[in-house]
Ligand binder design. Structure first.
Ligand SMILES: Nc1ncnc2c1ncn2[C@@H]1O[C@H](COP(=O)(O)OP(=O)(O)OP(=O)(O)O)[C@@H](O)[C@H]1O
Ligand SMILES: [Mg+2]
Length: 327
């Protein structure tokens, strides 16, 4: 399979004002959040790549960088072989229509004063020169396809008149109306009621096939990732610590952090329960991350060597990489 996206040594730092005491003792005025700390990976055409990890690990920042909602501090992103950094601001609009994003909270991403049909059709207004009638026809067609039925009726509703599941379908329809190739889904079902989660997930799977989509699926929930992702990248404090085929990652996890995350996933059968401990302690700050392997202060296998130097990514089985010196 061909790469749709290739990411090389991507880094994003956000400046932060240090506290008075830090300024006094460290003498530095500015600190940086290392939100994304030198990551490389590729996403094949038609693939669903999951990005999983605890809160603050840099998943959303990575998603935003990939669709150019944020500019990287350094590193390169190639979309169909073309370096995004080389695309002029004039041509970036064209690229933008090929990449869309679905956020977790449909209510905050929909304008309360815009009718559903107009909201879905809005990207067509920006990215195409279709007339009003054509736009409406396209929107209605898509509404029916994503289960917003009868479209004729729902087209004129406002977001507050919809159920949570319907709102998420509106957001999906709006993301797909320009026929994108790549969709970043950032915790798309996290806010949804349990009863609609499975339905939305199933719909996303179907739409992927029907529209030839490629997804970056951001989630902190590994059971969701297992259901929809072909491959999963595990992030910890801005770095990818393990990446591989979903099946392989679940059956044969290598990195202690991945093992700990998997141990935290509820398993119905007690005999299948893993014995690995959930990592103790809070996730450290991405402002002053621990030296060496970022995970070592919470890792039960950590040795002296783990606090020195960044562990290299090693291929532990074909296409399966882990960044732990014990591998
Ligand atoms: N605009 C910003 N300015 C400063 N810091 C930021 C900004 N956006 C993100 N960060 C910081 O970067 C780090 C990574 O954040 P990010 O939102 O990418 O994490 P996440 O993995 O998506 O977390 P969550 O699971 O909670 O959504 C965090 O420490 C966060 O506080
Ligand atoms: Mg996030």
């Amino acid at each position: 399979m061909e790469d749709l996206i290739r990411v090389e040594n991507l880094r994003k730092e956000f400046p932060v004002q240090k506290s008075f005491f830090d300024q006094l003792f460290a003498g530095k005025k500015k600190g940086f959040v290392h939100a994304v700390d030198d990551i490389s990976f590729e996403i094949k055409k038609g693939e669903v790549l999951g990005l999983a990890g605890e809160s603050g690990s840099g998943k959303s920042t990575t998603g935003r960088l990939l669709i150019r909602l944020l500019d990287p501090t350094s590193g390169n992103i190639y979309f169909e072989g073309e370096n995004l950094a080389d695309i002029s601001s004039k041509d970036i609009q064209k690229f933008r229509s090929k990449m869309q994003v679905v956020f977790q909270d449909p209510n905050s991403s929909l304008s309360p004063r815009m009718r559903v049909g107009d909201a879905i059709g809005h990207p067509l207004k920006i990215h195409t020169d279709l007339g009003t009638e054509e736009r409406k026809r396209k929107v209605m067609e898509l509404m029916e396809r994503v289960g917003l039925s009868p479209a004729e009726f729902l087209y004129y509703k406002y977001p507050h008149q919809l159920s949570g599941g319907q709102s998420q379908r509106v957001v999906l329809a709006r993301a797909l109306v320009t026929n994108p190739e790549f969709v970043v889904a950032d915790e798309p079902i996290a806010m949804a009621d349990v009863s609609v989660r499975a339905m939305i997930l199933e719909l996303m799977k179907e739409l992927k096939e029907e529209f030839d989509l490629t997804y970056l699926f951001v989630t902190h929930d590994l059971s969701t990732a297992k259901y929809i992702c072909d491959r999963i990248a595990i992030m910890y404090l801005g770095r990818i610590v393990e990446i591989g085929n979903t099946r392989e990652l679940f059956d044969n996890p290598h990195h202690p952090y991945t093992k700990a995350l998997l141990a935290a996933v509820p398993v119905p059968d007690p005999a299948q329960r893993r014995t690995e401990e959930i990592p103790r302690g809070e996730i450290p700050s991405a402002i002053d991350p621990p030296a060496g392997c970022h995970f070592h202060p919470r890792c039960r296998y950590a040795t002296e060597a783990c606090s020195k130097g960044r562990p290299k990514m090693k291929e532990v089985s074909p296409g399966h990489f882990s960044a732990c010196i014990l591998d």
